[in-house]
Design a protein around this ligand. Structure first.
Ligand SMILES: O=C(CO)COP(=O)(O)O
Length: 253
């Protein structure tokens, strides 16, 4: 069975004190599990402190984005090696908010996926369609294309370690969740795309999350679905009790 992964994407929320309190509150309540792993992705200025606080506990730290170069004259950017040196293990790449507001493209996503693996970071690669694309029945075409381009020129051995997050844009922060069956259908299509590119073995190993208004009230049903291996959670990951409930719900097969 694929190990589930529940990742909290805090986006641009919380003060440093709130972030530290959250980490202190949850770290002792999470136990090492074969079934689920827990990740939090705080704002970049908090990464080091949270990585230190959670060291040795069953919670991992992820970044919300990064630059694809190891170093250079890129004012304001953070490199993959800087992240891994801080103790960061995951990095979200190609979130729809980055694609929409910060010129992230399939090409830059592809470069960042390569750079992440080279720096021992596991990429959480986000894909998803807009409402307009869904209504014109283009969902599978759009997400398959995003997956193909994100992984271009990578080997199956690398890709099987990646995490893919299917986040329909219309479901992010709107309270509208895709039905569990609809989400599973698209996650299945993503797995089929990985199979076509890299074979069944890689496709069976790659983990696919659903994201978009996931909450303690709807996560259980989503996780009953064959192709959904976890969740990338925004709003409901900000509160420590709610985050712990999400992990708890994912802790049983
Ligand atoms: O964008 C998301 C996670 O990356 C989803 O956000 P919400 O869970 O707030 O809808």
């Amino acid at each position: 069975m694929r190990k589930r992964i529940i990742a909290g994407n805090w986006k641009m929320y919380k003060t440093i004190d709130e972030a530290k309190n959250f980490a202190q509150e949850v770290k002792g309540k999470l136990i090492e599990s074969e079934i689920v792993e827990a990740v939090i992705c705080p704002p970049a200025p908090y990464l080091y402190e949270l990585a230190e606080i959670t060291k040795g506990y069953s919670i991992k730290i992820g970044a919300q984005t990064m630059h694809e170069e190891i170093e250079g004259a890129f004012t304001g950017e953070i490199s993959p090696t800087m992240l891994s040196n801080l103790g960061v293990q995951y990095v979200i790449i190609g979130h729809s908010e980055r694609r929409m507001y910060f010129n992230e493209t399939d090409q830059s996503v592809n470069k960042k996926v390569k750079a992440a693996f080279e720096s021992n970071l596991t990429p959480i690669v986000c894909v998803g369609e807009s409402l307009e694309e869904r209504e014109s029945n283009k969902t599978v075409e759009i997400v398959s294309n995003q997956v193909t381009k994100a992984f271009l020129n990578r080997t199956g051995e690398t890709i099987e370690k990646a995490v893919i997050a299917y986040e329909p844009i219309w479901a992010i922060g709107t309270g509208k969740t895709a039905t569990a069956d609809d989400a599973n259908e698209v996650c299945h299509a993503i797995r089929n795309t990985v199979e076509e590119l890299y074979g069944a073995d890689v496709a069976n190993k790659v983990r696919i999350q659903y994201g978009g208004s996931v909450k303690p009230e709807n996560i259980e049903e989503l996780l009953t679905k064959e192709h959904i291996d976890g969740a990338l959670v925004g709003g409901a990951s900000l509160d420590s009790n709610s985050f712990l409930k999400l992990i708890e719900a994912a802790s049983y097969e």
